[in-house]
Design a protein around this ligand. Structure first.
Ligand code: NAD
Length: 316
């Protein structure tokens, strides 16, 4: 089989490429990435000479070039990770978010409609909005309520995918996952920032009062979920993929300090509370029971175990 992975030089995409090549040694993987600031070709170190891997510099916003790729490679299945993915950047300027996340996804849909093959579109729990402490977690029927430009563009792309399934009958699935962590994540994101500051003995910037809650998913568990969805593909389905580890930012920082051998009773000394993110969603939480019941997947990695693997990756 030929697998097309957009955004395969980014955090989750590169972990997915490696998981795929390990699990299916006979498959060929074509990575399409525009080599943006978020791409890191060393994420695929150890695989650059592998005949099964082909990395192409392609912007998914360029329809003609993308169409050539589909014509040349005839992928059996596309995993779409390519996106502008950092909420903070979308608050400063959102043009690239609209282009890549909406127009780019639309281009992929046109190619899948024209050339066939399946599509797994990777999206986020942020499309569902924000929960209070007592709200039940998001499930697949939760109405969309995106509240920042990043999540609004991801929500738009999800709607486009579902509309192409309904209108044109393409074979696509939408997945919404919670916050990922693990090896190969860009330094701009929260956990790499925490680790870097602790390593450098510098204060850790934490938004607001640090009580915002996220549901942390180890990236390798996420990749396993996506491989399972590809194997047991059911056209038109949606799956919520959560890690089952809800933690406030303060709890997370304290745990990382502990795992890095720092005294946790002094945790306040490490934290620099900074002005809260505009429109900051308070809590995300995922109900992953559908993917467990239908496909047998559940997140296996405990948070301590996943964080220790992450620390090892960052030599911390
Ligand atoms: P990332 O920013 O680390 O990687 C994105 C990759 O896409 C980069 O390699 C970048 O160069 C590439 N890219 C960007 N624009 C492109 C374009 N126009 N054409 C081709 N390639 C382009 O992101 P990530 O954290 O790996 O996220 C992957 C996907 O998962 C995204 O769709 C994101 O919305 C979703 N997601 C991520 C998280 C998370 O916690 N990281 C959580 C939920 C959903």
């Amino acid at each position: 089989m030929t697998i097309l992975v957009t955004g395969g030089l980014g955090f989750i995409g590169s972990n997915f490429v490696i998981s795929h090549l390990k699990k299916y040694p006979a498959d060929e993987v074509v990575v399409l990435d525009n080599f943006s600031y978020a791409a890191n070709s060393s994420n695929l170190n150890g695989y650059h000479e592998d005949w099964r891997l082909n990395i192409r510099k392609v912007d998914i916003c360029n329809y003609e070039f993308l169409e050539h790729m589909y014509h040349d490679y005839e992928p059996h299945i596309t995993f779409n990770f390519a996106a502008e993915s950092h909420v903070d950047n979308s608050i400063v300027g959102d043009d690239n978010f609209v282009n890549t996340n909406i127009v780019g996804t639309h281009n992929i849909l046109k190619c899948v409609k024209k050339f066939g093959g399946k599509l797994v579109h990777v999206s986020t729990d942020e499309v569902f909005g924000s929960l209070s402490h007592d709200d039940p977690p998001f499930n697949e029927s939760t109405p969309y309520n995106p509240r920042n430009p990043y999540s609004a563009t991801k929500a738009s792309s999800d709607h486009l995918v579902r509309s192409y399934v309904n209108t044109h009958g393409i074979e696509a699935v939408v997945t919404n996952c919670s916050n990922n962590y693990g090896p190969r994540q860009h330094s701009e994101k929260f956990i790499p920032t925490v680790i870097r500051n602790i390593k450098n003995n510098t204060p850790i910037p934490v938004y607001g009062n640090g009580t915002n809650v996220r549901d942390w998913l180890f990236v390798e568990d996420h990749c396993e979920a996506l491989l399972t969805i590809g194997e047991k593909f059911k056209k038109g389905e949606r799956y919520n993929i959560g890690g089952g580890h809800e933690m406030s930012n303060l709890e997370l920082v304290t745990l990382i300090l502990d795992l890095m051998g720092k005294p946790v009773n002094m945790y306040q000394n490490w934290i620099n509370f900074v002005t809260d993110r505009k429109g900051h969603d308070f809590r995300y939480a995922m109900d992953s029971s559908k993917i467990y019941k239908e496909l047998g997947w559940f997140a296996k990695t405990k948070i301590n175990e996943g964080l220790l693997k992450t620390l090892e990756w960052y030599n911390a």
